[in-house]
Each structure stands twice: as structure tokens, then as C-alpha cells.
Design a protein around this ligand. Sequence first.
Ligand code: GTP
Length: 421
Amino acid sequence: MTSDTPSLLADMARYSPQPMLAVEADSGNIVELNQLARDTLGLGSDAPALRDLFDNPSLARQFLLIARNNGFIRQFEARMRLSGGQRVWMILAARLMELAGRNVLIVSLTDIHERRLVEEALRESETRHRRVLETANEGYALFDARTGELLDVNPALCELLLYPRDELLRMQPEDVVTEDSMATLQSQRERWSGSPNRKIELGMRRASGERITVEVSLAAISDQDGRVTSVFAMISDITARKLSEERVLYLAFYDTLTALPNRFLFTEHMEQALRQRARNKRQLALMFIDLDDFKQVNDTLGHDAGDEMLKIVAKRLLSCVRNTDTVSRQGGDEFMVLLANLVEAHDAVTVAEKMLATLAEPIELEGGNRLIRASIGIALCPEHGETLAKLRRHADIAMYQAKFGGKHRYAIYDAESASAN
Ligand SMILES: Nc1nc2c(ncn2[C@@H]2O[C@H](COP(=O)(O)OP(=O)(O)OP(=O)(O)O)[C@@H](O)[C@H]2O)c(=O)[nH]1
């Protein structure tokens, strides 16, 4: 060292862009500090001991001890107390040197308060989110966006699928996703890398083998450069909701007693068949079937036996048509049948004759065998009308023509005279 060294050091300290202190290594007394250090620590002209600056004085002792023993400290994180009473996180670095016959520590300070607060907030929010995931009723899963590997699951998902966490984390999607949903999952995964948030429905199989339906809400998680790194999935069990939706749909379109399409669905089928007919010019027939003397069945055998008979009638009518035709129950003891693709009008007569014969076979019910008969009205399209309303009206008239003709017969609509057979 030259004789100019102390003043050079003093200048360096004065112009240093960092707060700096010179501290007596043994006592911890501050012997010198630059203006930046005074400003940072909020000190006036006084220079307290280092331990008075530490929020935790025992850390000050530790700091001095390490610095004396090692000769330097690269990073020492501590909360410093400013003269105004605020506490600020700082990193202290120190080097031991001999100056004018004394062991002196040159200490620099870096304010990291903001960074610590952000880190703490992040840690806190991470803990909070983890706690939310741990206690949530919904299942959660985290996937690696690139490999598709399952990275994390929460207890609710383990409970939903009935697998322990470890086992679930080792599984592949195809181990739990049902075969019919794999295509949906696959196409979703292909789009993961650029995926916005979206919802999909999947079938899943629990460890018990039971099939469930889940709704999966997917959210892509990106890094700072906007690359999707992982995909977060929220998985809700919607099995009950799906079943009740299906039930509501079923009730809207089907007759619960016979499981045949109801009046509403039949109308849909008719309209569709009429639209198709406008293109392919094929003939179609509408049959209106009303059971004969059905009231007596109810009156003599009871309503339950009547119900049983209606179910048998439904099956028998179905056995007389092709699966492109529609048999519906309109209500009570009335059925309507759409024969969608007739090669010739006479085909409708063949079907009607077959129906009369099949229905007339004895039905075994509690209390003995019963015979059931029916009257059938037939309207042909285009001959008797090309709209649903017209065909319906004409099939209805034909059915009454059959009833008036003596029942247990069919009648083809005849505008001039009822031709009951
Ligand atoms: N068991 C049962 N009976 C029903 C149901 N819906 C309507 N009915 C009964 O079906 C009978 C229908 O009688 P109608 O068509 O008016 O008369 P019918 O005795 O069949 O006489 P015709 O039609 O003149 O041959 C009535 O007794 C209704 O109460 C049902 O869902 N179940």
C-alpha cells in the first residue's frame, strides 16, 4: 500500500454506486460509511454499531464471526432496521482488511426488499393455490404439454378415480379414458401447444371398473416467452347430470310404457321422410292403428293388464316393419306407423294384413288368454296427400272407415267412398 491508499479507498467508498460501510471487525463499530449507506439506512451524522442496524442482533454477531474467520462473506441475507423503524431486507457482502493497523470489514449493502416481498408473495400464493387444490372437491391434474406426462394430481381426482396418487401418476391416459373417448382426447392433445382454454367431455373408468362421464376444463400454462409448457385440467364428474339430461331427452321423445317414439319424435321422422321423398320420389305410407274394444281389456282385467297388452302390441307392430320404418305410440291405444320406402302402394296392404294377423294371435295375460284386434287406416303419399297434416287427416278418416266397416280390418283412404276391407 502506498501512502495515498487510505484516501483512494475513501474516494472509492465515496463514489461507489453501492452503500458501503467500514466496520471494526472485533467490536462491530462502524468507523466509516459513505453517503449512499447513510441515505439507505436513514442515518444522520451518527454511526451506530453494526448490531444496532440488524433487526436480529444475534445475526450481527454471526455475521462478524464468519467475516473474521473466513476473511470474507459473499452473501448474507438479513433484515436491517432503518432509523425510521422500517425493516428492509438486504444482502451484505464483506471483506476483511487491515487498515491503519486495525482489522476492518468493508461491507457493501444491496437492497433486496422488493425482490423478497415478491418472492414471499409468490411463495404465499403458491401455498394458497396448493391448499386450494388439496382441499378442492373438483379433480385437478397437471400435464407436461410436450410429452403429455402426468405431473401432478390432487386428492379429489384420486378419490374420483379410486386410485392412490402414486399409481395414478404412473398411469397413461388410455388406462383411465374409455376407448370411445380416446379420439377426442387425442385430437385435443394435438392442439395443446397452441391451445386456448377449452372444455371437453370424456368417458373415464374408475379403478372399480365403473364408467363415469367427466367434463374436463383445460387451461394452457405458458412460460415467459409464451410457449405452452404445461396443461392444467379441472375434472368434474358429470355422470349424474348426463344421465338426467339423457332421461329428459328420452322423456321428450319416447313413450315410457312401450319405449316407442312418441307423437313428437314421430312428427320429426315424418317430416324428414317427406323431405327425402321430395328428392327420391319414392312412395310412403302413413298407418293409423287404433285397438278394437281396448276399453274392455282395462275394464275386465284391470289397467296393469291393459298396460302389459300395449307393450306386447308395440313389439308385435315392430316385428311387422323394417328398421327404416317408424312405429310410434300416439297416446292411449293409438299407434302410428310410417312406412318410409314403399316400392309400390300394395306393400302397405301387405304390412297391414301382417299386422292384423300378428296382433290377433292370443296374448297370455294373468287371468287367461286374450285376443286383441285393431282397425288400421292407411294414407299413401303422394296419392292421398304430400303434407303431414293431410296424410294424418286421411289416415284418421280411413281408420274410422275401418271401424265403421266392422273393425279388425284395414282401410285405404278413399275420398269418395270408404273402401273397408
Ligand atoms: N292400460 C292402459 N289403458 C289406456 C292407456 N291410455 C288409454 N287407455 C285406455 O284405452 C281405452 C281406449 O278406448 P277407446 O279407443 O276410446 O275405445 P275402445 O274400447 O278401444 O273401442 P274402439 O276404439 O271403438 O274399438 C280407454 O279405456 C282408455 O282409458 C294406457 O296407457 N294404459
